[in-house]
Design a protein around this ligand. Sequence first.
Ligand code: ATP
Length: 238
Amino acid sequence: MSALLEVDKVEAGYGAVQVLWGCDMVVNKGETVLLLGVNGAGKTTLLRTLVGLQPCRGGAIRLAGEDVTGLGPDARIRRGMAYMSELGVFPTLSIAENLRLGAYGASNAEARRRAEAMYQMFPALAQKRRSAAGSLSGGQRKMLGLAKALMSGAEMIFMDEPSSGLAPVFVTQVIETLKGVIGGGTSLLIAEQNIAFLELADRGYLMDHGKMAVSGTRAELESSDAVRRAYFGVGAEG
Ligand SMILES: Nc1ncnc2c1ncn2[C@@H]1O[C@H](COP(=O)(O)OP(=O)(O)OP(=O)(O)O)[C@@H](O)[C@H]1O
């Protein structure tokens, strides 16, 4: 497998406060990687640093072998990164309009082709394509955010807490939707507090106080004492 994203000893913070302490990470082409960590571990800060929304104070970030550490978010997006945050959907615009905005840079014909592919993948959005995004349920709104990120044709998609604010039934819906995206060639880095997302991942990292505490395959994370302690309050003895 070849590396698409390489994160090498990345440091970042806010003012005098350092949040990331030498984070290393790799996402291979077509791989789904889960970034686990409790509230405040530094997941959002890492994702924002990777897409260029937060300055990188040390270390390096490479995309497909190219050093992008000094590039702004616009240049990183042009090189194939997309960031799905909670605020990525415009509630007053229709679903079709939101999708069109996701395909910036593409011709109208190409954007229509991609939108049709999205409606096939997300039938719930197809039924409501003319409705305002604000009329969607929480789970459907996350699907629209994901579809919008996929509309960009990005190779590397960063998702910040797709489960946040959702009732458990919608979390299940988002996980099922993501299963339909995985395997299509896109690389996904999903930052989550919810360990249920581990079932989607090829590999994962556990972040703790701005450092990578554990990294490994899904099976290795599932049997990791550090993950059990962070998530279930038990160690090997528990
Ligand atoms: N704008 C900011 N200014 C100062 N400190 C911040 C800022 N944003 C985040 N932090 C601090 O950085 C640390 C990491 O926060 P971050 O949001 O990256 O963690 P997280 O793992 O994504 O948590 P959450 O799940 O709550 O989003 C926390 O201690 C937080 O208080």
